[in-house]
Design a protein around this ligand. Structure first.
Ligand SMILES: [Zn+2]
Length: 476
């Protein structure tokens, strides 16, 4: 028997003796429980928040085009419109002299820190933060916003890596991945984030990123539109109070988002990365939730749908923290999320007769095409483009796609002329004469593909043209 058991037994004995002395009193004594706390207010309905976003959001439809100047302008605007609600300070500058800003909302006892775009080409959450500021302003007298501002102090760093954002690149101007610089702190941006964390000592942090459009959740694979991670603080992925809080917060976010994006929520691999900020911020005492924004379910510009999900995720999580509802969440709702996988293509052409344009005899197979997003100059203005590339070829039945094309009975060939249109009748070029054609249907090649329906001898009708590059439209 160990000491604590002995103590328990002794204390039981003492209680029993006291009960004999004060006979009757014990039987009537009420159980020693704390007075029942009032139940937390109900969670906001995700569909209501999403509808609110539809009606009121201010973020632009193409988040890759949001630059540092826009961040500064928007922060000036909210501060001017509601100086009593928003505190805005510059905590320092990037290497190229762009301000890195810290926004404060609320005066509650529970400090929360959110930072976005530590990777310059991961912009979705920055836009969602603008929409959060707008929501707080517009609804400042609503009970939900009032309890947020009473219970929490919300600290926000939108666009931690403005130099990377200016180039739409992951790394900062030193070519360092800031998210692998938490130990050496060779980046000004990393130093500023650590300095802010140490000054504020937040009780929870939200690290806001975008993940590859190849990321899938579940089988059959669906787009992992949002992936969540309760960030580990050691190799053993140990549990502590902080990780329980972040797992419960992830569970709250999952339950909210799954109503808007069923089957599209994934769990990010929780391997400990000794150099990363999320892991170290957690270790330093601020448990971190990682929110990764991934692909959406439609071709073209996914931003509005994804910014909307971010907005609902962040607001729902903050409300659960403010009301204490988070304590009732079931961490299993996080644990049971499907792990992220890379099983998604942008377009998957299935079961085509492939004429690869490189002299190989036709064969039957699937073509997996991926899309990468980049910012380009076009006539003096910036545009967002997608570059399509063939990433896999053969039997791709274990993969999913944003769009799957059943090409049974069709010929897939390299897009041999830019002006091809559906319905047009063509003959295939003599590929041997096309030695200089850079487009062949091979892995690593541009994703320009034409799907053709065999017509009369040697002639084909164009069924579908997949362009190797697409400019995204910014219209709402
Ligand atoms: Zn990232």
């Amino acid at each position: 028997m160990n000491n604590s058991k002995l103590e328990t037994r002794n204390s039981k004995l003492v209680t029993a003796l006291l009960c004999v002395v004060f006979a009757g009193a014990c039987a009537k004594a009420p159980a020693r429980t704390a007075p029942a706390a009032p139940p937390p207010p109900p969670a906001p309905a995700p569909a209501d928040l999403a509808r609110g976003w539809d009606a009121e959001h201010v973020s632009s439809p193409l988040s890759p085009l949001v630059d540092h100047a826009e961040v500064v302008r928007r922060l000036d605007e909210v501060k001017k419109a509601s100086p009593d609600l928003f505190g805005v300070e510059s905590i320092g500058q990037s290497l190229e002299g762009r301000s890195i800003n810290h926004v404060t909302l609320g005066r509650g006892p529970f400090p929360v820190l959110l930072w976005s775009q530590m990777h310059g080409d991961e912009p979705s959450a920055t836009s969602a933060l603008f929409d959060l500021f707008e929501y707080v302003q517009r609804h400042r007298d609503d009970p939900m916003v009032r309890r947020l501002l009473d219970a929490l102090t919300i600290h926000v760093v939108p666009m931690l890596n403005p130099d990377g954002a200016a180039r739409f690149q992951r790394r900062n101007v030193q070519s360092i991945d800031i998210n692998r610089d938490a130990l050496l702190l060779q980046t000004l941006e990393g130093q500023l984030l650590k300095g802010l964390r140490d000054r504020l000592n937040p009780k929870i942090g939200f690290n806001l990123h975008n993940q590859s459009w190849r990321t899938s959740a579940g089988r059959p694979p669906k787009p992992a539109s949002i992936s969540l991670l309760s960030v580990a603080f050691d190799e053993a992925r140990s549990m502590n109070e902080g990780r329980t809080l972040t797992k419960k917060t992830c569970a709250i976010i999952r339950d909210a988002l799954e109503l808007l994006a069923p089957g599209q929520i994934g769990r990010y691999d929780d391997d400990y990365e000794v150099r990363a900020f999320g892991d170290n911020v957690t270790k330093w005492g601020t448990p971190v939730v990682l929110i990764e924004t991934g692909p959406w379910t439609t071709l073209g510009n996914p931003d509005p749908a994804l910014v909307r999900l971010n907005f609902v995720a962040i607001l729902t999580a903050l409300d659960a923290l403010a009301t204490g509802r988070v304590s009732q969440a079931d961490p299993q709702r996080y644990e049971s999320l499907p792990l992220n996988e890379s099983r998604l293509f942008y377009i998957l052409v299935k079961n085509a007769s492939i004429v690869n344009g490189a002299g190989v005899a036709p064969f039957t197979g699937d073509i997996g095409i991926v899309a990468n997003r980049f910012v380009a100059e076009d006539g003096g203005r910036k545009v967002v483009r997608l570059a399509l590339r063939i990433d896999d070829l053969g039997d791709l039945r274990t993969f999913g796609a944003i769009e799957t094309i059943d090409a049974t009975g069709l010929v897939a060939a390299p897009l041999f002329a830019q002006e091809l249109k559906p319905g047009q009748e063509v003959t295939l070029p003599a590929w041997t004469a096309m030695q200089k054609n850079p487009w062949t249907l091979e892995v690593g090649q541009a994703g320009g593909v034409v799907l053709l329906k065999p017509a009369s001898e040697g002639r084909y009708v164009v069924e579908r043209v997949i362009m190797p590059a697409v400019t995204l439209e910014g219209g709402r």
